[in-house]
Design a protein around this ligand. Sequence first.
Ligand code: FAD
Length: 468
Amino acid sequence: MSALLQRIRGIVGSAGVITAAGDLASYATDWRKRYIGLPLAVVRPASTDEVAQVVRACADSRTAIVPQGGNTGLCGAATPDASGTQIVLNLSRMNRIREVDARNNTMTAEAGCVLASLQEAAEEAGRLFPLSLAAEGSCEIGGNLSTNAGGTAVLRYGNARELVLGLEVVLPSGEVWEGLRALRKDNTGYDLKQLFIGAEGTLGVITAAVLKLFPLPKSHATAVVAVQNPEKALALLERALEGCGERLTGFELFSDSCLALVLKHFRDTAAPFPRRFPHYVLMELSDTQSGEGVRALVENVLEAALEEKNILDAAVAQNETQARAFWKLREFISEAQAHEGPNIKHDVSIPISRIADFISATDRELARAHAGVRLVTFGHLGDGNLHYNVSAPEGLAPDVFVKNTAAVNRLVHDSVARFGGSISAEHGLGQLKRDEIQRYKSPLELELMRKLKRALDPHGIMNPGKVL
Ligand SMILES: Cc1cc2nc3c(=O)[nH]c(=O)nc-3n(C[C@H](O)[C@H](O)[C@H](O)COP(=O)(O)OP(=O)(O)OC[C@H]3O[C@@H](n4cnc5c(N)ncnc54)[C@H](O)[C@@H]3O)c2cc1C
């Protein structure tokens, strides 16, 4: 093993290799602190060539590699195992934006670029890079693509997968696939880049990507809307899509229990209405035209919904500060939950038309099987994506309650399957759902995935134990 580390030091220099136990800790644990690994070393290359040489050295010695970006993933996919034999390949030093081509509406960025920095660079060029999620200050584009991240603007712009035109990838052999095409049309055979997107680092290391840019919106309207239940939220979604078309960029749902958690753990937040309601929708509209157009649109939609008694109250942000305050209520939910102690999380998607029925059926089943559980349900309703989280009953310690994880997962995931949904909407499988997925994908589909893995990574060195 030391011969390997010596070879790697020769490639990336001593500063690019971390082996001291104290310095390894933050790379060896996931964001939720569910998985604690022990890597042989953390390697931090600064160029594609260095990545390729490191991967070749690992391939020669059959050493497992765990690619890692900002380490904000929620499925333990970037955490090494505890054997002390795996290399964490952290891409954060590869953080150069190689090109912004405003006229082609593209940006070529290295894998370690922090998502927020890409949004800023696009804005400086008068463009929008629309991928947006609460972890955007730390997560990196290589991680975003490897998890096919979703976030709050999927309704209008699609998942990470839909925002990529080309990729540069270091294959498990150490060869570099230079697929950085900046083309919107390229029908020259299999779309190889899509194999690596959402693969969670199991097929290769993404080192750079050509990303799509869009016209920069010049006006926004943000509203929080109180609704009785998810069914009413769906009625509002339908009306908003009819009335606003693709100006509707975000449509998020959260329950009052989510709001209560945020207000409890974040002092600088405030409830949007003088009284509380069962559920809330956060709506965001944007337009490339400046002026009050989108505001008028959202007000029309909300007035009609009030008349039809689909909504209970609504507040439209009067300025940017208020809009940001509304967004905090939604974006702080994950962290507020983390402060509250462990709970049983589900990141699921359901066809939008069936989502309200899914929630009421699953809530009922859970109440029957696990009396008193508290549901912390929120998510990207416009995409059919729910974070359906189950917390301990009042008076039961969260640590004790999470011993029910397997039973609760089975109930929720079986319900998801009955409603034609997916047990991972946007976070991936990682280690967390690797075994669970065996129950919900057909043997044929799983075997096709294994064949792909074997074809690209015959020695199984790329992020073993994740996804499959
Ligand atoms: C508060 C919070 C909110 C979040 N909100 C959302 C949300 O709304 N939507 C959403 O989709 N996710 C969300 N996430 C999850 C997480 O932020 C995303 O999954 C993000 O895309 C991960 O990026 P990362 O750079 O942190 O990747 P990491 O956690 O470092 O890695 C994730 C996976 O990608 C692989 N990987 C990383 N870089 C590379 C690379 N260059 N090449 C190959 N494989 C690589 C890793 O091996 C691992 O399998 C949230 C997380 C937090 C903490």
